[in-house]
Ligand binder design. Sequence first.
Ligand code: GLU
Length: 414
Amino acid sequence: MTKTIWYEALEQFNKAAKVLKLDKSIVELLTNPKRIFQVSIPVRMDDGKMKVFQGFRVQFNDLRGPTKGGIRYHPGVSIDEVKALAFWMTWKNTVVDVPFGGGKGGVICNPKEMSDGELEKLSRGYIEAMHKFIGPEKDIPAPDVYTNPQVMAWMVDEYHRIEGHNVFGMITGKPLELGGSEGRAQATAQGGVYVLEEALKTLRIKKPTIAIQGFGNAGMTAAELAAKDGYKVVAVSDSKGGIYDPKGLDIKKAMDIKKKTKTVMNYKGAKKILNEELLELNVDVLIPAALESVITSKNANKIKAKIILELANGPASAEAREILFKKGQIAIPDILANSGGVAVSYFEWVQNNIGYSWSEKEVLEKLKIKMCDAFDSVYSVSKEFKVDFGTAAYIHAIRKMVKVLEWRGSLKKG
Ligand code: GLU
């Protein structure tokens, strides 16, 4: 039986809950979503025919603040996946210490086959269906896989149309000209690189070689920042496959080719490899930056990287993390590694609320502090309990959540 992604998410949580001997009723409270919405979004397509899309939003947990998390456009979206992603947002927001609960949205669609006009209608339709339940103090969406600042702009504009006035704080990841924040576009990758720098210092690795799976916003920007740091990016890939040059790739060239031809496979002068081969390369750092479940108990034994930086959501299962840990490798979990995106979303929301904007330098300084603090906390919990980083991140976050439950009166102070 293949495990569902929601089951995988629960497994990660349960491992930590077991270490903490968490009461069954608390486990139940923290692993059931507060609200789930499913909507049908009719869109008149360019050929004149009507197509009905299925959209979801899960508001998983709002105990620490309004629910927060992106909206994904992908043919593989399912309620099971959105639920897992919303659950992960709850713990990610706790680990990186922003005052938000966890939420996530998704629409089953293939944006690669849709025109801009169709995507605009779909994005406006999503907000029309959900606007009552979304807002700066309720639930704040953002970009995720195959959504971007343009999609956020259509959404904030649709909200404006319905409400009759601008409400910039209802969504983050907006274009700069429309209430966006400096630093948000590169935030996920930049946050990951800050964490990576900490991990490299801990392991005393000076000039790492890096392989990156996924060359979208997060993967591409991570490659660019890593190259800037003087690290050697030897392999990158997208959904079509990967390229590998042990001497190091020219990242500017790979980005150009990806932008022009939609795949890195047209890069000349490097060996073509499969995505699975990229994961198993003999490198110092592996960055899965695409989709879920690429590192499982099936291939964890073949992974050689000393550090695995989970820039995607859910790329490694709890079992895989455990196998890597036993082999002495460090898997920095998604809820820590990619939390830079939502950290800067938080800064964007604050700036919208106070009506003042910070410079890129100010935003990145604040981001660095958040990422280093989160890394230090998870690192010390991993030492305290002698557990892998994934379990440590959950232990750290669950402890914080338990404090919230105590203050709210749902749990006796212990
Ligand atoms: N989609 C991103 C994530 O998975 C960003 C969420 C946000 O900024 O709210 O963390």
